[in-house]
Design a protein around this ligand. Structure first.
Ligand SMILES: NC(=O)c1ccc[n+]([C@@H]2O[C@H](COP(=O)([O-])OP(=O)(O)OC[C@H]3O[C@@H](n4cnc5c(N)ncnc54)[C@H](OP(=O)(O)O)[C@@H]3O)[C@@H](O)[C@H]2O)c1
Length: 284
């Protein structure tokens, strides 16, 4: 099981719980110190050291590199959790020329999933489908996503964040349409409002944090993720969940036409399909 954003918050809590249940984990994080501490936390409950890889998703070359490394190290991946996310300032674009929130929360995971697609296909079989789980948010409701230019400059970090969470849902919808014949089940979930490192530089989010009743723990936020990763049957491909039940999203985040357009423009944005960037073939 590969988990991005495993060095903190919801991803770390999920990794600890999955390790407790005996799953073999691959952790991704950006900050080396937090990633190392996550490895220790997982080792303490799981008994063995998980594989760990560092990459900054704000740099697509780092995503390409880490995707190639994981594909070289693993023949099969049963579950990929696209959980890494942030709420970044809109002042600077990434080195790739995109809004940093959209790149980290959508484009990087989109690219990583393509780079690992063959490993997911290799894992889907008699034991059940492979899964791609994406951490979404109710913030999708206010996203201003231009599906033809997903990485374009945004004017407020919260609008950028909402747009990225729309993209997470649309990715799930289109992945389900394209990959169901591969026995890959993509799902997306809303973890609730969670007390983590997320939004710590946002006055709005920090102030909300002063009202303890609004927030849950990362372990509570990880509950639906763990359930989606392990629930053996009956998951609807393309489904959206919260609190281990189906959840409702806005039409803009579930439109088949917008999902198709976003997929095409995301492929172009991450230059997937350019020479040398197809996932490694011939395994499984
Ligand atoms: N907290 C909430 O209330 C809430 C609500 C709805 C949805 N979510 C979503 O839940 C997911 C996890 O957030 P969280 O609450 O657990 O926050 P968190 O504690 O800040 O964890 C975020 C994780 O994402 C990683 N990450 C952030 N920017 C990255 C980058 N540029 N490159 C690579 N990794 C990066 C972080 O890595 P490092 O630690 O190594 O920097 C960390 O592991 C996000 O997708 C977020 O949008 C959160």
């Amino acid at each position: 099981m590969v988990i991005t954003g495993a060095s903190s918050g919801i991803g770390l809590a999920a990794a600890v719980e999955l390790a407790r249940r005996g799953d073999d984990l691959v952790l991704l994080g950006r900050d080396p110190g937090r990633l190392q501490r996550a490895v220790q936390a997982v080792r303490e409950v799981g008994g063995s050291s998980p594989a760990a890889y560092r990459a900054d998703f704000a740099v697509l070359d780092e995503v390409r590199e880490v995707g190639a490394k994981i594909a070289a190290d693993r023949e099969r991946i049963h579950v990929l959790v696209n959980n890494a996310g942030q709420l970044a300032s809109v002042r600077r674009l990434t080195v790739d020329g995109f809004d940093p929130t959209m790149q980290t929360n959508h484009l990087a995971g989109f690219l990583l999933t393509h780079l690992l697609l063959d490993r997911l296909r290799a894992a889907a079989g008699a034991e059940g489908p492979a899964r791609v789980i994406t951490t979404g948010s109710a913030a999708e409701a206010w996203g201003t996503l231009d599906v033809r230019r997903p990485g374009r400059r945004q004017f407020s970090r919260w609008l950028a964040y909402g747009a990225s969470k729309q993209a997470n849902l649309l990715f799930t919808v289109e992945a389900a349409r394209r990959w169901s014949t591969y026995r890959i089940v993509p799902t997306c979930f809303f973890p609730g409002l969670i007390r983590s490192r997320f939004g710590r530089r946002s006055p709005v989010f920090s102030l909300a944090g002063l009202v303890p009743v609004l927030f849950r723990t990362p372990a509570e936020g990880a509950g639906t993720l763990v359930w989606l990763a392990r629930e053996p049957r009956g998951l609807v491909p393309g489904g959206y969940f919260a609190w281990q039940r189906p959840f409702v999203a806005t039409g803009r985040s579930t439109s088949a036409e917008r999902a198709r357009l976003l997929w095409e423009s995301s492929l172009a944005a991450v230059r997937y399909g350019a020479e040398g960037e197809r996932s490694v073939r011939g395994v499984g």
